[in-house]
Design a protein around this ligand. Structure first.
Ligand code: IMP
Length: 431
């Protein structure tokens, strides 16, 4: 004991990478539990600026073992490329302390083809996926058509199954979407190459994580995406295909839920969203543009401009309810430095009625208008502040107001992209 589940509390891109890197200093294990290379977790340090799509963000803490859990879908090309890039740029050979679950499903080349064809077919109703094949890989997992990392260790058994699966998949690609067949020999050749690179990394993640917890080690569970993109609890169908919420953290690494003593929700000081789907506080104006430019709110994985809006406390409370945060983290507070005033959404107007609960139906959410409170801005910067008492009083009032609305204290406040640009109000990992 104990495990700490660190989760995106909004629509992803909350700045989880920096916080994982910060907390990993006190962790023995960092384990990714969901999503794939649709995620882009940024860590900035003396080696450079890194965006990890699959490698867990504990890599810069030399004592950590980094795990990729069964809940993650792995594109081995991306993973092996990231491992090599990290070594080139920092000299860190993470392959010595990285284990990929034998049960993690693989993103096959045809999943990427399917992702793009399905989006094209949806036209104006497209989800706006990252196009990385994540959705089709999870669909195949549920349909029992998937391939797992361990399958790469037995290519002889893999080949006939791949043949069968590909016949089905190629029928969908050609007959449903009018696309071009993906040849069996090309995919099998890729599997052969992946097997060479990945085989030394494949291992029993569940056993490693549970044994570590049994021995009292600190295990940090690294969430990707965010609660409002959760397949079950998010704004379906405008969601990702996994469960970035607390239950997913246990299932996606295979640890016993009783070990999870802390659930940490990472909130950005405002909201962003990439892709389609309702976002009640969206700012389609100069203020939104100003925040986007100031914060460089462009997708780490796709480069798409992110939609920007004020902090949505209705959505935040919903996120807190389904996850039970014991700690919260506030990021990118510094982005709001210099605004005359800042706004917070505390309720929605739905067809003339004031509601304070997040609606269950996505169509209703799309009709919600934000009811906003206006708070005075602060005229001295919060950027790089490391002490709570040094925050400008109005910034402090904003922080206090948000934590009251969410119902959970901010134990960390991030005031810049580097590890040291952090206010520690309370220790999250007690060593
Ligand atoms: P997919 O996960 O690529 O299938 O995309 C489904 C939806 O989730 C799209 O709206 C994506 O923009 C969004 N999404 C997926 N991963 C992330 C992320 O890491 N940050 C923000 N949005 C994401």
């Amino acid at each position: 004991m104990p495990a700490y589940a660190l989760l995106g509390a909004q629509w992803g891109d909350e700045g989880k990478g920096k916080i994982i890197d910060y907390l990993a200093q006190e962790a023995d294990i960092v384990a990714r539990f969901s999503g794939g290379n649709n995620a882009g977790h940024s860590v900035w340090n003396e080696y450079g600026k890194f965006s990890f799509h699959l490698i867990p963000c504990g890599v810069f803490s030399p004592q950590t073992t980094n795990l990729i859990g069964n809940g993650v879908v792995v594109n081995p090309d991306v993973l092996l490329g990231e491992i090599a890039d990290l070594k080139d740029r920092s000299g860190i050979d993470i392959s010595e302390r990285l284990v990929v679950s034998e049960h993690a499903h693989l993103i096959m080349p045809y999943h990427i083809v399917l992702d793009r064809l399905a989006e094209e077919a949806l036209g104006s109703g497209a989800i706006g996926t990252t196009g990385m094949g994540v959705g089709p890989a999870y669909s195949d997992k549920a349909a029992r058509r998937g391939f797992r990392a361990a399958d790469l260790l037995d290519l002889e058994s893999l080949l006939p199954r791949l043949d069968t699966v590909l016949q089905h998949t190629n029928a969908v690609i050609t007959k449903v979407y009018g696309g071009t067949e993906v040849p069996l020999d090309e995919v099998f050749e890729k599997c052969r190459r992946w097997a060479e690179g990945l085989a030394p990394l494949i291992g029993p993640v569940e056993r490693i994580a549970n044994r570590a917890l049994e021995a009292g080690r600190h295990v940090l569970l690294e969430g990707a995406q965010g609660a409002l993109l959760d397949l079950d609890h998010g704004t379906y169908p405008y969601v990702t295909s996994s469960n970035p919420t607390v239950g997913g953290a246990c299932v996606g690494v295979g640890i016993q839920p009783r070990y999870v003593t802390s659930v940490i929700g990472v909130f950005k000081a405002y909201c962003t969203r990439v892709g389609a789907g309702p976002m009640p506080t969206e700012l389609d104006d100069e203020t939104g543009e100003r925040i986007r430019e100031l914060a460089q709110e462009f997708g780490t994985t796709t480069g798409r401009p992110r939609r920007v809006g004020w902090f949505d406390a209705v959505a935040a409370r919903y996120s807190a309810q389904i996850n039970g945060y014991t700690s919260a983290v506030l990021t990118r507070l510094d982005v709001l430095d210099g605004f005359d005033s800042v706004k917070v959404c505390t309720a929605y107007d739905l067809d003339g009625e004031t509601i304070t609960e997040f609606p269950g139906a996505v169509a209703a959410l799309a009709r919600c208008k934000p009811i906003l409170e206006e708070l005075p801005g602060w005229d001295s910067p919060t950027a790089s502040t490391t002490e709570l008492d040094s925050l400008p009083p109005r910034a402090r009032a904003y922080v206090d107001h948000l934590q009251e609305l969410i119902g959970c204290p901010f134990d960390l406040i991030s005031t810049g992209p580097y590890r040291h640009e952090t206010i520690k109000a309370r220790a999250i990992i007690e060593v």
